[in-house]
Design a protein around this ligand. Sequence first.
Ligand code: AMP
Length: 199
Amino acid sequence: MSNISAFLIFGAPGSGKGTVGAKLANVTMGIKHLSTGDIFRGLSPASENGKLFASYANAGKLVPDEVTIQIFSRYVGGLIDTNKFDPAKQAFLLDGIPRTVEQAKLIKNTVNVKHIFVLEISDHSVIIERLLKRAAIEGRKDDIHESVVRARIDEYETKTAAVLSLYDSSIITKINGAQTPDEVFRDVLDAYIKFNTKS
Ligand code: AMP
């Protein structure tokens, strides 16, 4: 994988990362939204990696680091090789990676992190309500059971939140993720514009 520039979006499950990530990529020039959850869900369920993903995701657990980075790197390499992403002209908005300190270390030499948006929601009941609603619409297995949702929140708080301490606080913007989708989008766009006018 060659050198790539990236914005990162952090937040517990249900904080709105996917929604706001897709919107930001739509209205900005040169940003491609990439969600590792989407990459994993796109794996054939019959494949070895597809089975491995399901065994972790259905329990609300993170997929092991090495295989995650391998799948991610291969996917990004494929986008570059097929002209769907040009590292010289574009940046990724990475949604869902890095999710552990080890992953951050593994991608450090190839991913140049420009800015980080963190969608914060302290009230777990807001998250649980949102995900149970999403389960009714999208039917994602890991949204259906409250115990799995709680396991995912726990993975975020114990493993992913710690990743932020690896980055300089000057490149991190915290946003209230409990707001409406429009308000969250406004705040993310505002932070992005501030970043862009500064650099
Ligand atoms: P998401 O769509 O981001 O909520 O991810 C859904 C599931 O995919 C997670 O609960 C994990 O099982 C898996 N996953 C996505 N990204 C990662 C990652 N960077 N590291 C490990 N597991 C991941």
